[in-house]
Design a binder for this molecule. Structure first.
Ligand code: AAO
Length: 497
């Protein structure tokens, strides 16, 4: 289904990429619950192949060996404990499910949970899957069984994505094993699924699997609740497969969104902020209710997937905060924030040769815990973009504005914009290089003093940042210098001083 099953109609989730289950449980209690985050997308929890060359890359988790919950993030008990503790805080868990394929061709061994596999005999004893459970090269039609032409829908769905052994989802047995895995996760209390590589599966096969899913666990959800489904379909246009083929099943990851936001904030391709007034559907993206939107994801922040050089990440922190603020303020799509780990890039020939580096780990390859410093941000190599004040406070903004459309759009014809969300919230952004935004603008809000949640917090009735005064006519004088570190002002009904 398209609705995210969040508690209290909360409006945004965060991808805690590669975090351990114990750290996510703690984060739900100490941060995500209190700050109004609706949920967490977690890395694939099922047993994966152990890759040692390169050494323990992040992408080994996209090579399933079985559906036992045993990975570098933790085991079955850790996972259950996390789901329970997060739900208790009103924070939902969405699982990244890798069901299009098993691991890459070549070799045999044991997965992170100890299950045996052999990619020549196609044996995956932990499921079990065998030779009959995979698409053969005949069905695929290319000489090496791999996808070569994204212009051919049959290849994209029946051949191997980057040599990953392609499951035969037309088989009743295979569908049953996958449905059992998803239903096990549902029984634990998850709220939905990010479906990996959905473009590489036939919509009909996916519909058959989703049709077998149980209702959500009534310990946490109203009876009859259905899992939230968002599918990874990369559709930038110009290929055989379009994201519209999937939208009857749930939302799709709208990759045009982050790519275009990157162009707009970087002022490339002739773009400027003034063009954002009809962002979303007006730009040829999916309908609001069909879209899951994000500035960057775990692939395109490191050159995998799609979006290329335009994608904004934590490395461009000033523009990144602006783009996140716009995304969280603008009424389009269901929002997912990215929370990353740091790695040193190594550029050669236009490619980062370190794009494989896995999460912060000790000498034995165990993922490090996330430690929080006294500024409330993270150490140990965890970026925690979701904890940056500017980002975290915009999640509250989106919750406060929920259900209210965009009003009072204003722009200077170039890179200064402002708008309100009904009478609930107001934002102004200045992305000019030098000139200040200096104008008296309609905020839509009732008169009073408001705390700007970008430069500070409302705390003990006082504002630690800028205070904005809204007059009886709803107008306020807004000043944002061109070289302001965070050239954004955001106020809302709950930030009234
Ligand atoms: C690893 C190794 C491989 C090895 C394999 C098996 O890197 O060399 O062959 O193991 O041994 C991740 C990593 C992979 C890794 C894999 C398994 O990214 O490097 O392979 O784990 O460990 C396509 C898919 C999309 C996929 C994306 C990465 O459609 O589903 O590639 N994303 C998901 C996950 C991702 C994961 C997997 C799937 C696999 O999020 O983390 O892979 O489970 C075009 C197509 C896209 C296609 C891209 C990239 O995009 O449209 O569908 O994505 O190409 O191949 C412009 C175009 C745009 C184009 C783009 C890139 O922007 O407009 O359309 O350029 O060319």
């Amino acid at each position: 289904q398209h609705a995210p099953n969040t508690a209290d109609n909360k409006q945004a989730i965060v991808h805690l990429f590669e975090w351990r289950w114990a750290d996510i449980a703690a984060e739900c209690e100490r941060f995500l619950g209190p700050y109004g985050f609706g949920g967490v997308q977690v890395s694939p929890p099922n047993e994966n192949r152990v890759i040692t060359s390169p050494n323990r890359p992040w992408w080994e988790r996209y090579q399933p060996i079985s559906y036992h919950l045993n990975t570098r993030s933790g085991n079955d008990e850790d996972f259950k404990d996390m789901v329970h503790r997060c739900n208790e805080q009103g924070v939902r868990i969405y699982v990244d499910v890798v069901i299009n394929h098993m691991c890459g061709a070549g070799g045999s061994g044991h997965g992170t949970g100890g299950s045996y596999f052999n990619t020549d005999s196609l044996e995956f004893s932990g499921v079990p899957f065998g030779a009959n459970d995979f698409n053969d090269c005949g069905t695929c039609g290319t000489s090496d069984c791999n996808i070569h032409n994204y212009g051919d829908a049959n290849q994209v769905r029946n051949c191997r994505l980057v040599a990953l052994l392609d499951l035969k989802l037309s088989s009743d047995y295979v569908r049953g094993k996958i449905a059992d895995y998803l239903n096990y996760l549902i029984s634990i209390g998850v709220a939905g699924f990010r479906v990996d590589a959905a473009k590489h599966m036939w919509p009909g096969d996916m519909a058959a699997i989703f049709g077998r899913l149980s209702d959500l666990n009534t310990a946490y959800f109203p009876s009859g609740s259905r899992p939230f489904i968002f599918m990874e379909v990369i559709d930038l246009g110009g290929e055989a497969i379009s994201s519209s083929e999937y939208t009857h099943l749930g939302r799709i990851t709208e990759f045009k969104y982050g790519m275009q936001l990157g162009y707009v904030f970087r002022k490339q391709n002739g773009q400027k902020l003034a063009h954002l007034a009809n962002f979303g559907e007006g730009w040829g993206m999916q309908l609001d209710n069909n879209a899951l939107v994000f500035v960057d994801n775990h692939d395109n922040q490191r050159g995998h997937g799609a979006g290329g050089q335009s994608i904004l990440t934590f490395r461009d922190s000033r523009l990144y905060k602006m783009a996140n603020a716009f995304m969280l303020a603008f009424p389009y799509g269901f929002v997912r924030m990215m929370s990353s780990f740091y790695w040193d890039q190594w550029w050669e020939g236009g490619k980062d040769k370190n794009d494989w580096i896995g999460p912060p780990a000790d000498g034995s390859g165990n993922t490090m815990g996330v430690s929080i410093n006294n500024m409330g941000t993270c150490d140990n190599g965890w970026m925690c973009e979701h904890r940056w004040r500017q980002n975290r406070n915009m999640v509250t903004f989106r919750n406060v504005a929920a259900g209210h459309g965009m009003y009072n759009w204003w722009d200077n014809g170039n890179n200064q914009i402002a708008f309100s969300r009904g009478d609930r919230a107001f934002i102004a952004i200045n992305n000019e290089d030098w000139s200040a935004l200096d104008a008296t603008l309609q905020t839509g809000l009732s008169s009073g003093d408001y705390c700007d949640v970008i430069s500070g917090d409302l705390s003990n009735g006082g504002c630690t940042g800028k205070t904005i005064t809204v007059g009886g006519d709803g107008r306020a004088h807004i000043h944002i210098a061109g070289d302001d570190e965070d050239p954004i002002i955001a106020i809302h009904a709950d930030s009234k001083v």
